[in-house]
Design a protein around this ligand. Sequence first.
Ligand code: ATP
Length: 379
Amino acid sequence: MSATLSPAIAGELSIRSLHKEFGGVAAIKDLDLDIRAGEFLCLLGPSGCGKTTLLRMIAGFEEPTAGVIELGSTDLTKMPAHKRPVNTVFQAYALFPHMMVAENVAYGLKQSRTPKKEIGQRVDEALTMVRMREFADRSPGQLSGGQQQRVALARALVNRPKVLLLDEPMSALDRKLREEMQVELKLLQKRLGITFIFVTHDQEEALAMSDRIVVMYDGCIQQIGSAEEVYTRPANSFVAGFIGKQNFVEAVVVSDDGGALRLRSVNNTTILPEPNAAGDPGATGRPVPSVGDTVRVAIRPETLRLRVADGVPSAPNAVRGRIAGVSFLGDVVQYVLLIGEDTEILSRVPRSDAVPLPTDEDVLIEWDGADVAVYCDEG
Ligand code: ATP
């Protein structure tokens, strides 16, 4: 749909056919994306997939090769960065070391010649938002990483942007502080009602904070959905492998009874994915494999059940394997399972459900057809 045909929704960011090339190489490929007003959206993908380039085009630091970016009915595409109602928090907070916290936050307002009294009020308001009011007279060097991060946030919020862009803002923080900041940032965003677009390559961070996640790869959007949607119903094998822990095994399609596939996999295992369940390729709009095709089967580690083997499995969706390793990960116990000579898969069991299993004899690995996803894409 062209940008001029779609009704403009106040505060909604609408990106149409956005394309960016560097020296003839496309970093963003003909991308369409609607970002709702007041949502927390994460751009997630591996290094080099184009997240930062997309963010920089929204900020106005990078000019698109083609395409349109609109905020409500305002065309931002050619608008200079400093005129856009958009602000950015960068990976390196880039606070001025010789200025006090309050001066750092006030800097942009002074540049735009905001009256002195108003500057004082707005700096106060922004520092209060990030719980840093009492640090107004400190210099950045006297602050911890997390506190510097909050000041950078206050500086970006002080001129009340409609959209806040955050480019891996927590990457310098240690894990614990990062997790605390994730909760804080999400609460702040909900309180302010500002649209947050957050770039990360850390899927746990994206799952923890987002209203919706945009999973990117190679300059293209692979899937847009809530954390639960991209985890439980991945659109393709890239998303299935990128989000969360995943087991992939190869299998051949033996029969197809009106969409109910019968698959043969390692050690002659029969896999019966449930028709129209998460794994049914027809139901998700994914390409449907034909009889004789080799496919990739995805089964999440937490959906496998383990018990002591009491014979060769006669039912489908079961296989004998051997425990090659056990790791205690706190709330879960992780097993590395060996099927046949060289097929390794992972199983994860909540610590409270874990029962002692033999490491010197075979175990039976079972799963439900509804937990199987079948992909015939390239992966
Ligand atoms: P990371 O997580 O590593 O920051 P990213 O997903 O943000 O990666 P981008 O930085 O947007 O990826 O880069 C996307 C592609 O565009 C990469 O192949 C990168 O090399 C290329 N690229 C980005 N900026 C430039 C530039 N200024 N000149 C040339 N190529 C660039």
